[in-house]
Design a protein around this ligand. Sequence first.
Ligand code: UD1
Length: 313
Amino acid sequence: MAQYLITGIAGFIGSNIARALLARGEQVRGIDNLSTGNRANLVDIGPKIDFHEADILDTDAITKACKGVDYIFHEAAIPSVPKSVKDPVSCNRACVDGTVSVLVAARDAKVKRVVYAASSSAYGDTPTLPKREDMMPNPISPYAVAKLTGEYYMSSFYRCYGLETVSLRYFNIFGPFQDPTSPYSGVLAKFTTQMLKGEQPTIFGDGETSRDFTYIDNAVSANLLACHAPAAQVAGKMCNVATGTRFTLKETFEILKKLTGYTGTVAYAPEREGDVKHSLADVSKAAECFGYKTLVDFEDGLRRTMEWYKTQG
Ligand code: UD1
């Protein structure tokens, strides 16, 4: 049995990774400052994890959290494009300084591997689709810059200190435990819960914006595969984690209409600052490096997500 540390364990992706690890009988420790994470996400697994309520920027706390750890999933962040446009300093502190803090502690604790939550936002608005890892990054928002900087730190710690790191560029992950209540929440969490309640959702822009929306189980599987793939195939590398398909916001609204039974219309508002127009991944590198494949497609994922939100009232 290995010892795992999940940073941001009370968040949407962190808590889902924790559940998957516990199902495999692993030992799970988590650190979270509960700034964007939520204790409610840990309700079902609380007694089974070693939870440290602390900030990854707190050197003593992260040093303690890394003690005896074999593998780290680094999910802690302030995960929002618009929030970063509003407050780039906090975004940088959480995503860049926080990442360096985790890496230093991981290096000193002789952790075997760090798997990092990187972001598709690094590609920015380059016109070529699908996005491949060998393309020049072109970050637009402070969030994209911060997440990309984290990737560079990951590969730097591998090259300078031999700490094995893997960066996973997530493409719009959605699913159970994603918070729908913040103005910065992911679009699918918002739309699904709004439409279930009969409330009108709002599309920012003309509705043609497209995303490679990726159900959470795919991201969790990518993390576990990347964590245990041979070092020669993954260490110091970065791979897309997505489905290789894209849907526009308009199409998404129509699918959700059928799923939720919502009978109203959608509202339109101006495009958000820092937004990327189209996003679609090439997922062949993840397949080559660690045998990644899409487990749950978009529509099935949306159905599962909706069913989960229904059970949450
Ligand atoms: C971006 C990143 C993603 C990252 C995420 C963190 C890209 C391509 N993706 O997601 O990798 O994980 O930040 O938060 O940069 N929208 C509406 N109505 C709403 C809410 C959102 O129309 O009520 C629109 C947004 O303007 C955007 C799209 O839906 O065009 C997706 O937004 P969101 O779910 O917030 O994710 P991204 O910003 O694409």
